[in-house]
Design a binder for this molecule. Structure first.
Ligand code: NAP
Length: 452
């Protein structure tokens, strides 16, 4: 039986400072059973994971959750250790030696593929890459994004697909009011995009997106929304049987869109249903020049089945937005098929003192708030186990600091990050924008270490 005490608190490492990591730290702070100390690690110099690098730049309200996250990281029992990468700067064994419990909350950083011919042509990429680019993720900041396309296909019917389609359809003026990365704003200002095709393989009743996000297509300053009535047809009987309010409202909004007369805007967003990409067509230079789609019908189980009727859309860019996928961590069990760490209520299978929360625990679903309950479940399991955890031999902040210093890791603290945050906000204010994100790692460190 291990009795953690104020002079020997339970030391927990949280790997990943996105929503699930911060909610896990918060749940540890809020309980009163066991005294705790929490070190929250991130491989990036910045905290908040998907809130900073995934949430759409024009959804600033959603990002206000960072005020709560900052409060958690500011607690005296918590430290943020940014720019520390598991597998490079620290191993899973190092964590075992320094922490009584470890919670892996690394999210799902990769993406699923379409598995159709032509998927690797130039101009075909994942929404994950595109989102990382426009949100100023340091790994994507240097990417040259060719925006010469007049037609873009976005494959998928989730909220990420809507985010990407909306950002492509917005005017420079609209984007100016977002915190989109400066390099992306500059590129999108010169974008030649005229037609964005959102391709849903099933019907409106099966779409995964939510109504608030769908509605935004009716409010765009420079784009018409186009919906083909035949593709969203829902019988009166089926409509009456809809039990999910979001689905019902989605159908209502889509019907409104289908009834709209196009206003001759410079851009059009075509919300297409019951169509699947079957091939990306390339030009002589290996670039996408079209996408062949097949019309679908739904079988009894609601799955999309091809009808043998095809159409080619003239697009020069294809963004697949068919779901994120977790990536294995060195030294941590992984279920390759599901893209998650195998676990039971957050306890990693066949491991002691190792836990997981968020997308890497349950798969890439739900909104930011979903991670609160998910992390709470994991922390409850950890607290249940606390009396029987094997105490780590080197359980102190000083031992962790010494290890990272010996490995010459340039650790970014919360205070360091707040210097970058203040810089981004004040330079944003000067430019009449909410924030000017610094995207390149070198430039981030110039700001962070500039005061020295
Ligand atoms: P998602 O909601 O799971 O949507 C994935 C979409 O891809 C589904 O429509 C799916 O259709 C489709 N798909 C999968 N494989 C396909 C294929 N081979 N061909 C064509 N379509 C295919 O995933 P997401 O959009 O990446 O979002 C991830 C999570 O983040 C979601 O929970 C989402 O709500 C959340 N999120 C929320 C917001 C917000 O609140 N504003 C913003 C962004 C993301 P099927 O249904 O037919 O499989």
């Amino acid at each position: 039986m291990t009795a953690f005490a104020p002079d020997r608190p339970l030391r927990a490492a949280v790997i990943g400072s996105g929503p699930s990591g911060i909610y896990a730290a918060d749940a540890l702070l809020k309980q009163v059973q066991v005294p705790v100390e929490v070190d929250v690690f991130d491989r990036l110099p910045t905290p908040y994971g998907l809130v900073r690098y995934g949430v759409a730049p024009d959804h600033l309200k959603i990002k206000s959750v960072t005020a709560l996250f900052q409060k958690v990281l500011s607690d005296a029992r918590v430290r943020f250790l940014g720019n520390v990468e598991l597998g490079k700067d620290l191993s899973a064994d190092d964590l075992q030696a320094h922490y009584d419990a470890v919670i892996y909350t690394v999210g799902a950083s990769s993406d699923r593929r379409l598995n159709v011919p032509g998927e690797d042509l130039g101009g075909s990429l994942s929404a994950t890459e595109f989102v990382a680019w426009y949100n100023g993720h340091p790994d994507a900041a240097a990417r040259e994004m060719l925006l010469h396309a007049s037609g873009v296909a976005v494959v998928g019917a989730g909220n990420v697909a809507l985010d990407v389609a909306r950002i492509l359809a917005k005017t420079a003026g609209e984007l100016h009011d977002s915190d989109i990365a400066p390099h992306a704003l500059a590129a999108l200002e010169h974008s030649k995009v005229e037609d964005v095709y959102l391709l849903s393989r099933r019907g409106p009743l099966q779409a995964k997106f939510t109504t608030k996000e769908l509605r935004e297509f009716g409010e765009l300053a420079g784009a018409d929304v186009v919906v083909l009535p035949g593709e969203i047809a829902v019988s009166d009987e089926d409509y009456a049987a809809i039990s999910d309010n979001v689905v019902k409202r989605n159908v209502d909004v889509l019907r409104e869109f289908a009834a709209k007369v196009p206003q001759g805007q410079p851009r059009r967003v075509h919300l297409r249903f019951l169509v699947s990409p079957v091939e990306l067509i390339g030009d002589a230079g290996g670039q996408v020049s079209g996408i062949r789609i097949e019309k679908n019908r739904l079988d009894e189980q609601g799955n999309a089945v091809g009808t043998g009727e095809f159409e080619v859309l003239p697009v020069q860019m294809v963004l697949r937005s068919v779901g994120y996928k977790g990536v294995a961590l060195s030294g941590v069990p992984f279920d390759d098929k599901r893209g998650v760490i195998p676990n039971t209520r957050g306890r990693i299978e066949h491991r002691s003192g190792e836990y997981t929360a968020g997308w890497i625990k349950r798969g890439p679903s739900g909104v930011i708030g979903t991670n609160k309950a998910d992390a709470a479940e994991t922390v409850a399991a950890l607290l249940e186990d606390a009396p029987n955890l094997t105490p780590a031999p080197q359980a102190s902040r000083a031992a962790v600091d010494a290890l990272l210093a010996a490995r010459q890791v340039d650790v970014v603290s919360l205070e360091d990050y707040l210097r970058l945050d203040a810089h981004e906000l004040s330079s944003g204010q000067a430019a009449g924008r909410p924030r000017l994100k610094v995207a390149h790692r070198g430039a981030m460190f110039d700001v962070i270490r500039g005061g020295r």
